[in-house]
Design a protein around this ligand. Structure first.
Ligand SMILES: [Zn+2]
Length: 261
């Protein structure tokens, strides 16, 4: 699933390629992606308008329309936005294609049709209505510490719960815990202040470096777990064979030596 670094990369694509272009129309192949609006309402809000700004919160991407409201996008399990030129064919699985008056297009690709397309008066209202926690990127230590007060249960699902902090999924949850040297099954209530500090620092460092690598697994720093989290993979720090375990039906990869139970 696209996580914070992926969606931040998408945001930068939209910032560069989708702003200040008049919208001529759109094709919506999968109306079931609409969340809380119908197609007519979307058309009324988009056509003859322009996107003027972008914003991201957790795994959600927002673009502000020139008349006020924001388009809110979630990319489901495998979605992404992709601009394409006047002479190019739409990419496969383009479920929603915006046509600009200058002849270019913006595709919302979603092979599994699990994304969401909605409208909101502003991202703050949206975040409040969805009950999302603060964005995981740029979160300071006192805020992170306050969020963890009284928290119970395994650390990995806690990190992935979008109501606690927004943006971390299965892949970056594993990466953060690997960088912090914390086993994914450790209990929140058993973590020391120092261990929580390590998780906080690893969250900021990991997300920042992943965004710097454009969320491309092939460009991740050499000490990252991401390129190694597969059968036969070894720890990039100590070369121990990696282990995996199922936590809430998701596979968690970890180093049994660097992340003791
Ligand atoms: Zn290791």
């Amino acid at each position: 699933m696209p996580e914070l670094p992926d969606v931040e990369t998408f945001r930068r694509v939209l910032e560069k390629r989708a702003l200040h272009r008049a919208i001529a129309g759109f094709d919506l192949e999968a109306p079931r992606l609409l969340d809380g609006i119908d197609e007519a309402e979307l058309r009324k809000n988009l056509v003859s308008h322009r996107f003027e700004a972008t914003h991201r919160h957790g795994k959600y991407l927002f673009t502000r329309l020139d008349h006020g409201p924001w388009l809110a996008l979630h990319f489901g399990m495998t979605g992404e936005p992709r601009p394409f030129g006047p002479d190019e064919a739409p990419p496969p699985y383009a479920r929603f294609v915006i046509h600009f008056e200058d002849g270019g297009h913006l595709a919302y690709i979603d092979p599994r049709k699990l994304g969401e397309i909605g409208l909101t008066p502003d991202p703050q209202t949206f975040v409040h209505d969805k009950g999302l926690g603060p964005d995981a990127l740029g979160l300071d230590w006192p805020t992170f510490r306050a969020l963890t007060q009284g928290a119970r249960g395994m650390v990995k699902p806690w990190l992935m719960d979008q109501h606690h902090l927004a943006g971390i999924g299965n892949i970056y949850g594993d990466e953060i815990l690997f960088q912090a040297g914390i086993h994914p099954r450790r209990k929140m209530e058993d973590l020391s202040e120092d261990e929580l500090k390590r998780i906080h620092q690893a969250t900021q460092d990991t997300l920042g470096l992943a965004i710097g690598a454009h969320a491309d697994p092939t460009r991740m720093p050499p000490h990252f777990l991401i390129p190694h989290r597969h059968k036969g993979g070894h720890c990039p720090k100590c070369h121990t064979p990696l282990a995996h375990t199922k936590i809430q039906s998701r596979t968690s990869w970890y180093c049994p030596r660097c992340q003791p139970p």
